[in-house]
Design a protein around this ligand. Structure first.
Ligand SMILES: Cc1cc2nc3c(=O)[nH]c(=O)nc-3n(C[C@H](O)[C@H](O)[C@H](O)COP(=O)(O)OP(=O)(O)OC[C@H]3O[C@@H](n4cnc5c(N)ncnc54)[C@H](O)[C@@H]3O)c2cc1C
Ligand code: FES
Ligand code: FES
Length: 485
């Protein structure tokens, strides 16, 4: 294995910080970035609202190298980030935005616009809002209103003062991202590249926990073989809640978030290969043209802060009955690529997910990628999500339809997949069989809806009762027909 270190390092306030978990009693590997920052005397700006990724009060910006060694600025929810996940990155907090020039304090353009447009309301949400706008500022010049709203989706404000905040964001983003961070960007990039070259696997042994942070796939597979019971994490947006909300002590963790080999994105003639640790925000951008059915569903997946952390491997690994990428992956007949230290195998996603939050993953394997075949030019693919709120909400019912008609408008091929209708993602095979070779017309769809209504027995829960789910499931087929006829 590559050299091992028992410390993590990152840049905060323009200084390298080294954290030694062995000799700092108050720190555990799963201490969140939020709790660490708030334990410092000069970083109380970051706030805890919900501690589960829903409110954005804890938003900070991480500046990290992408696989091409370019610096990217991303807003993230620090309440979901375990400290080792920031190893080798720069953390930017609200306190870092202003500049001190002599005795003068010069606000960052984002802060200045918040002041001038009366965007600042309560002190609880404002720091997180400022950090989300700061990430927007670094990534977009003159963004459309839709882009601004997306950047702020993960920041809740109960006093409903969004209008001046959106105005402030629009007025701040006219600077082409130029600010005092731009002046230091080359130096920071070089420092992070030099640091990355050290390529040390981090092994943090704490009294109650072993946290492993491999830097390459070979080391990750070796650790997986040695510690088959360890919990794997990629973005940790699901797993962090086990620790922070349920108070569970996860005694062994293998964190894949630093492995570039798992962040591949490749197009071949026939398919798209997506590394398991690629974040959903990255995928959303990459597939806008090739797979609108995926990018549209990702636009309403969590919030930008969540999508900047959450990965496709994590969504597949969770095998949730309402995992939002899964109906799409089923409808495309995606293939899950698995690897252990000695060999690899490929399994259709429909076989890989085998029960309520159950998969075929062996104890020594990792999901390394998912291969998504391109759909034929004459096929139609559409995804839908029904939830109580449009943004930052999980699905009550979700669906993806793939359809091929012949020249006479007869169904040549149809795949209908639902989330939220059973203990796992399911295909509506009876309805598919009924529709096969039928005329794609309203009468056929109405007859199919009757079959669909009785095909599943969903549960009632906090999000909806079973009857609503059955009706939504049935009506989504009519919606799809309306949009394709
Ligand atoms: C506020 C909030 C909003 C959310 N909104 C949505 C939403 O709209 N739609 C939705 O579907 N989900 C949502 N989620 C859930 C979560 O973000 C997604 O499931 C996400 O895709 C998980 O990815 P991750 O990388 O963070 O997973 P992690 O927490 O890292 O892992 C999740 C599971 O996958 C396993 N795993 C991860 N990577 C691998 C790998 N390479 N090999 C093997 N196993 C692996 C882990 O062991 C774990 O069991 C939300 C979560 C939060 C906190
Ligand atoms: S504290 Fe609410 S998102 Fe982190
Ligand atoms: S800014 Fe805090 S509730 Fe509106």
């Amino acid at each position: 294995m590559t050299t091992v270190s028992d410390k993590i390092c990152f840049i905060l306030d323009n200084e390298w910080v080294e954290l030694d978990f062995m000799h700092t009693a108050s720190l555990r590997p799963v201490t969140t970035l939020l709790n660490f920052l708030r334990s410092l005397p000069n970083h109380k700006g970051v706030k805890e609202g919900c501690a589960e990724g829903d409110c954005g009060a804890c938003t900070v910006v991480v500046a990290e190298l992408n696989t091409n060694n370019q610096l990217e600025y991303k807003a993230i929810d620090s309440c979901l980030v375990f400290l080792p996940m920031i190893h080798g990155k720069q953390i930017i907090c609200v306190e870092n935005l202003e500049q001190h020039i002599g005795k003068e304090i010069q606000l960052h353009p984002v802060q200045q616009m918040m002041v001038e447009n009366n965007g600042s309301q309560c002190g609880y949400c404002t720091p997180g809002i400022v950090m989300s706008i700061f990430a927007l500022f670094k990534n977009h010049q003159l963004p459309e209103k839709e882009v601004i709203e997306d950047a702020l989706t993960g920041n809740l404000c109960r006093c409903t003062g969004y209008k001046p905040i959106i105005d402030a964001a629009a007025k701040a983003c006219i600077h082409n991202g130029k600010d005092h961070f731009s002046e230091k960007q080359d130096i920071i990039t070089k420092q992070l590249i030099d640091f990355k070259k050290e390529n040390k696997t981090i092994i943090l042994k704490h009294t109650e926990q072993l946290y492993m942070l491999p830097q390459n796939l070979k080391d990750a597979l070796a650790l997986r073989k040695q510690y088959p019971k360890a919990v794997i994490i990629s973005g940790a947006t699901d797993t962090a809640l086990r620790q922070t909300k349920k108070g569970e002590i996860i005694d062994q963790i293998i964190d894949l978030s630093q492995i570039d080999e798992l962040k591949r994105f490749e197009n071949t003639d026939k398919s798209m290969l997506v590394g398991s640790s690629l974040t959903l925000e990255k995928i959303k951008t990459e597939v806008q043209k090739s797979f609108p059915a995926l990018s549209n569903i990702l636009k309403i997946f969590g919030s930008l802060q969540i999508r900047n952390l959450a990965t496709i491997g994590g969504n597949i690994g969770s095998a949730s009955p309402i995992g939002d990428t899964l109906p799409f992956l089923f409808a495309c007949k995606a293939l899950v690529k698995l690897q252990n230290a000695d060999t690899h195998r490929t399994i259709p996603i429909e076989d890989f997910i085998c029960g309520y939050r159950k998969t075929m993953l062996a104890a020594d394997e990792l999901i390394v990628a998912v291969e998504i075949p391109f759909i034929p030019k004459d096929a139609i693919l559409k995804s839908y999500k029904v939830s109580k709120r449009k943004d930052l909400d999980i699905s009550t019912v979700s669906a993806c339809f793939s359809l091929k008609l012949n020249n006479d408008h007869i169904v040549n091929d149809i795949i209908i997949v639902y989330g939220g209708m059973a203990a796992q993602i399911v295909r509506a095979k009876q309805t598919e069989a009924f529709l096969y070779r039928k005329n794609w017309e309203r009468n056929t769809i109405e007859a199919a809806m009757k079959i669909l209504y009785n095909e599943f027995t969903p549960i009632s829960d906090a999000r909806s009762d079973a009857e609503f789910r059955k009706l939504a499931c049935r009506n989504l087929l009519m919606k799809f027909w309306n949009e394709t006829d």
